[in-house]
Design a protein around this ligand. Structure first.
Ligand code: PEP
Length: 250
């Protein structure tokens, strides 16, 4: 087990309106959350300020869902790390499979973003994960290690990185990885960190699982030795269920 606290992130993706997000925040404000868990929610950029101002539960931290590779400037449509910090977010989700496979971001581009975010002291939720055809071809470890190496090559410190293993076939599909399938990859990721970064980084870096986690399957997954938390998509849009996931991990 990673030596840090459990970490549960809610990835709201490109969902919500002022109204629905207001409702979600009030559900989170009313929820009782396990004290010993880091809780982070990632609203769409345009609602971060609303969420920040209406969350009374100050232990819920905020993540952006993307960032630019460097300082802001003439980069139309981008949001800089400085702006993300200015608005009060402490984290950014990078390398999500939707950005890799729908938007077309590659390892090198993602690595640059991670390096810059960390250089400015913004925490990074670094996503990795294989496609179904890659798993079926027996390439799961190879794909995950390659994505991991791109982060490792780019960053100089692992102090503020959480790795999210998210098999693409499990994201938004309702097909959650079995606890054994997830544990096998988490263990391999930790072993890769031990061999390629350091024993210390391997033991302290949190490796969280994402892919159809819900209130019904989270506690079985959380029992696995190398699962240090979750990144939750769909179920994070329901405050009561998200709180149940947070509270299932200890
Ligand atoms: C995600 O988008 O990071 C995710 C895990 O989504 P879902 O929980 O909906 O599968």
């Amino acid at each position: 087990l990673g030596s840090g606290k459990f970490f549960v992130g809610g990835n709201w993706k490109c969902n919500g309106s002022k109204e629905s997000i207001g409702k979600l925040v009030s559900e989170l404000n009313n929820a009782t959350l396990e004290a010993d868990v880091d809780v982070v929610v990632a609203p769409p950029f345009v609602y971060i300020d609303q969420v920040k101002n209406s969350l009374v539960n100050s232990r819920i931290q905020i993540a952006a869902q993307n960032c630019w590779t460097g300082k802001g400037g003439a980069f139309t449509g981008e949001i800089s790390v400085e702006q993300i910090k200015d608005i009060g977010a402490g984290w950014v989700v990078l390398g999500h499979s939707e950005r890799r496979h729908i938007i077309g971001e590659d390892d090198q581009f993602i690595g640059k973003k991670a390096a810059y975010a960390l250089s400015q002291d913004l925490g990074v939720i670094a996503c990795i994960g294989e496609l179904l055809e890659e798993r079926e071809a027996g390439r799961t470890f190879e794909v995950c290690f390659q994505q991991l190496k791109a982060y490792a090559d780019a960053v100089s410190s692992w102090d503020k990185i959480v790795i999210a293993y998210e098999p693409v076939w499990a994201i938004g599909t309702g097909k959650v990885a079995t606890p054994e399938q997830a544990q096998e990859v988490h263990d391999a990721v930790r072993d890769w960190l031990r061999k390629n970064v350091s024993t210390e980084v391997a033991s302290k870096t949190r490796i969280i699982y994402g892919g159809s986690v819900n209130g019904g399957n989270s506690s079985e997954l959380a029992k696995q030795e190398d699962i240090d938390g979750f990144l939750v998509g769909g179920a994070s849009l329901k405050g009561v269920e998200f709180a149940a996931i947070v509270n299932s991990v200890t």
